[in-house]
Design a protein around this ligand. Structure first.
Ligand code: FES
Length: 407
């Protein structure tokens, strides 16, 4: 999730996500991993490499485009240690070393006021250990990769054109996807529009230049800088509707695109989605990932909090199944809390990361009852049809609700 889903969340070695057709969704868990390297990308961003021992390498296999959640403790205003989770997209193509070990690389951009990202940018060093959730997320190519880290699953039969539009740290998952699909076979073409405020904000400058050198006829890179004048007016200024339309009509091979990858703030992603929709692009071909939406919720504070029932009886009964165990919690209607909020009071290992409807980590199947899901940037329409909900966004609208995190 990019310092996407940015500023998100985490816990010790236990559970989180799901599984779907062997790829995007599988059960995720936290393990302490050693930081083997920290590399500065820009004044405000670093690349962090985690060493994955051979015994855990299968668990940390990932599909380019996925993310990991990191977890650490920070003191709150009163000095009490509080768990903080943040999700960051993986920026490198998957690799396995001869001894069976592997590694995970993420990019962490400093968020204004972000406790985790500021600490990481100022203090994180090689040798430190952090709790890292095994990879999750569905921001992946649907056509080209069907198996985890399995090059043989890549369809090399026909040409594919990918177009990505990224802003800021939204480049992170795009780096992993572009590196992987371009290296996979010579029939791939990849166009990238990368928006930043200024040249000094551009992450992965050298790596992007390297991709251009390596694949001069197949990788096209269009830097757009909002606060600096480039030679081409088209590549200067904010990406608005007019600029985007011109880009799509001129420098992008927009009419024969197999998959679109959009990653950045809500406004940009929505603009591109709307524009593509107006051009008749099949939404099935458009994948997107957002930076964190809204204000991060202090869900960690819910863990272990006593249940306060409404004595008048205006309560909702929430039942949930996780790791084969069924739990229940009573939630006062007046609290208007989400299923995730309530469940965390009695099971601290209930999976979540972004708490903003973006990452999909908190996904569960609604078994009975009804809910109102406020936001959904993570579930595919077919998942919603099959009854899946984001528990961080879902509030019960019936007296009893039952969800299954294992389904
Ligand atoms: S925790 Fe990320 S969508 Fe719910």
């Amino acid at each position: 999730m990019t310092d996407q889903l940015n500023e998100t969340a985490a816990e010790p070695a236990e559970a989180a996500t799901e599984q779907t057709e062997g790829t995007a969704r599988r059960r995720a868990s936290f393990h302490p991993l050693e930081v083997s390297g920290v590399r500065r990308l820009t004044n405000d961003s670093i690349e962090v490499t985690f060493a994955v021992p051979a015994a855990l390498a299968d668990e940390y296999d990932y599909i380019p485009g996925q993310y990991v959640a990191l977890r650490a403790q920070f003191p709150d205003e009163s000095g009490t240690p509080r768990e903080v989770r943040r999700s960051y997209s993986i920026c490198a193509a998957p690799r396995r070393f001869e001894d069976g070990s592997s590694e995970i690389k993420v990019a962490i951009k400093r968020d204004l006021g972000g406790v985790f990202s500021t600490w990481a940018n100022e203090s994180l060093e090689a040798g430190a250990t952090l709790d890292v959730m095994s990879p999750a997320g569905a921001f992946i190519s649907k056509h080209r990769m069907t198996g985890l880290n399995d090059p043989s699953s890549i369809d090399t039969e026909r040409e594919h054109t990918f177009v990505a539009v990224a802003a800021g740290s939204g480049i992170t998952p795009i780096m992993a996807i572009a590196r992987t699909v371009l290296a996979a076979d010579e029939h791939v073409r990849f166009d990238l529009v990368y928006a930043n405020k200024a040249a000094m904000d551009v992450m992965f400058v050298e790596e992007l230049a390297d991709l251009k050198d390596r694949y001069p006829s197949r990788f096209a890179l269009h830097h757009v800088l909002s606060r600096e004048q480039r030679i081409s007016p088209l590549l200067s200024g904010r990406v608005d509707s007019e600029k985007l339309t011109t880009l799509l009509n001129t420098v992008i091979h927009a009419d024969d695109v197999d998959e679109w990858f959009l990653c950045g703030p809500f406004e940009l992603v929505q603009l591109v989605r709307d524009t593509l929709s107006a051009r008749g692009v099949d939404p099935e071909k458009v994948r997107f990932e957002l930076f964190t939406t809204g204000t991060p919720t202090n869900l960690e504070g819910n863990i272990g909090r006593p249940v306060v029932e409404d004595p008048s009886g205006a309560n909702v009964e929430i039942e949930f199944t996780l790791d084969g165990l069924t739990g229940a919690v009573t939630s006062p209607v007046s609290a208007n809390e989400t299923i995730l909020n309530a469940a965390l009071r009695v099971r601290p290992d209930v999976p979540f990361a972004c708490a903003g409807g973006v990452c999909g980590t908190c996904r569960a199947k609604l078994v009975s009852g009804t809910v109102d899901m406020a936001e959904n940037y993570a579930l595919e329409p077919d998942e919603v049809e099959r009854g899946y909900v984001l528990t961080c966004q879902s509030r019960p609208t019936s007296e009893c609700v039952s969800v299954d995190f294992d389904a």
